[in-house]
Write a protein that binds this ligand. Structure first.
Ligand code: 2RA
Length: 426
């Protein structure tokens, strides 16, 4: 066996000249697989080329190996495990930037990336100038916060943005220009017809390697479309009436501080809302628009149609902020084109990807925001027929807005890029 491996190593060494090679995807993968089989675990890039090339590189052990991507001279790359990377056998460096790394969503992103063992080799936490140099912990290591300009200069493979619409509008195209794929959590690009609005359970398969700015939908929209996705296939959604009960974590740290200060009997020092939020309910999320609806309400109307790929779906929404720390809830009334059976609805929801049915009223079991904390599943319950009109269902949908509503959805998109589109080594 040792002889065979030695023979294979020598054969590989002889098969590849020292110069950069223009390899095909298939030959790069075969060579990557061969490298893994003969025990090469790390390689050092000694030649680099333009974007999206297949390169020949020189390994630490003096052997040549093939890699895909725009690798930089001096990069150390790992040869990927076959079972972890079904679509490519060679796994060069994966640099990931998180823009807004110190915010509520940024912090959750780090947790989700660690839990799901996202295959990154370098983390670039990015935050505002006052946080540069601050340390962010990830999987037991500390990473210094860097500026936007330094992150762009490092040409990450993927950048997940969660720093508000104006930062995304200005800086996402700068990352895209150096070859980075941006996954943007703000509303900046969601309704841009040239950008995809992605909930992986519904439409990740529309993504291609050419999508350099990908929009992550609004949290309250994500949980509703995940719950309705399979029911839409079975019965065709015609009209949705949704009322939301949204946690203060959707606004950010400032709102969490406002709630906690008010709950402690103080007046909020730097309030996020125009009114007290503790012991109160605000029918006001994001700014008011000319039609009397809020921007949050119109996000639900427009994003739902775009994600579900059907402009005929009529949606009307009332979005409400409630004094809850984590977890958005929604009362949804949905009218279908076709008649449904309630037991069949339950069965469809039970097999809908990303959904967990919690619906046993006799045992007081129904989705609640406090039970959604830290979960990626969208919880669905209170299933009942609307008795005032045919083909209409009432349901109650709850999800952790910082997880499936933001961080988890973004990481799932990144996983798709790496796993299915083999987006590696920018
Ligand atoms: C909110 N939808 O809950 C927002 C967060 N993206 O305010």
């Amino acid at each position: 066996m040792t002889r065979v491996i030695e023979w294979a190593r020598t054969a590989l060494l002889q098969a590849l000249p020292r110069a950069r090679l223009g390899l095909t995807w298939l030959s790069a993968n075969i060579l990557g697989l061969a490298g893994g089989v003969v025990g090469i675990r790390k390689i050092l890039v000694t030649h680099s080329g333009g974007a999206d090339n297949y390169l020949a590189v020189f390994s630490e052990r003096g052997l040549f190996m093939a890699a895909r991507g725009n690798l930089i001279f001096g990069d150390i790359c790992n040869v990927g495990a076959v079972d972890k990377a079904p679509f490519y056998f060679f796994d060069p460096s994966m640099k990931l930037a998180i823009v807004g790394a110190t915010g509520l969503v940024g912090t959750e992103l780090l947790k989700v990336l660690a839990e799901r063992q996202f295959p990154l080799t370098e983390l670039l936490p990015v935050a505002s100038a006052k946080s540069v140099g601050q340390l962010v912990e990830f999987l037991g290591k500390e990473y210094p916060v860097v500026s936007l300009d330094d992150a762009i200069a490092a040409r990450p493979d993927i950048a997940i943005f969660s720093a508000g619409g104006s930062v995304s509008k200005e800086h996402a195209p700068r990352f895209a220009a150096v070859g980075t794929t941006v996954i943007d959590n703000s509303s900046a690009w969601r309704m841009d017809p040239t950008k995809k609005l992605v909930v992986p359970e519904l439409n990740a398969d529309t993504l291609t390697a050419d999508d350099k700015i990908i929009a992550n939908p609004n949290c309250s929209t994500i949980q509703m479309v995940v719950a309705l996705s399979e029911l839409h296939k079975a019965y065709q959604v015609q009209r949705i009436v949704v009322s939301t009960y949204q946690s203060v974590t959707g606004t950010g740290k400032k709102a969490v501080d406002q709630l906690l200060e008010e709950r402690a009997g103080q007046t909020a020092s730097n309030p996020a809302y125009p009114h007290p939020i503790d012991l109160n309910v605000l029918p006001h999320i994001d700014v008011f628009e000319a039609n009397g609806y809020t921007k949050e309400e119109m996000k639900m109307v427009n994003e739902t149609k775009k994600i579900m790929g059907d402009d005929r779906i009529r949606v009307t929404a009332t979005c409400v902020r409630i004094p809850v720390l984590g977890g958005h809830s929604e009362a949804v009334n949905v009218e279908f084109a076709r008649e449904f059976d309630l037991d069949e609805v339950r069965a469809i929801l039970a097999r809908t990807p990303g959904v967990e049915v919690v619906d046993d009223p006799a045992q007081n079991q129904y989705p609640m925001p406090k039970d959604s904390h830290g979960k990626d599943a969208v919880l669905v319950g209170r299933l009942r027929r609307d008795e005032t009109q045919p083909r209409t269902l009432n349901l109650w949908i709850v999800a952790d807005n910082l997880r499936k509503g933001a961080a988890t959805n973004a990481v799932q998109i990144a996983e798709y890029l790496v796993g299915k589109l083999a987006l590696v080594g920018n």
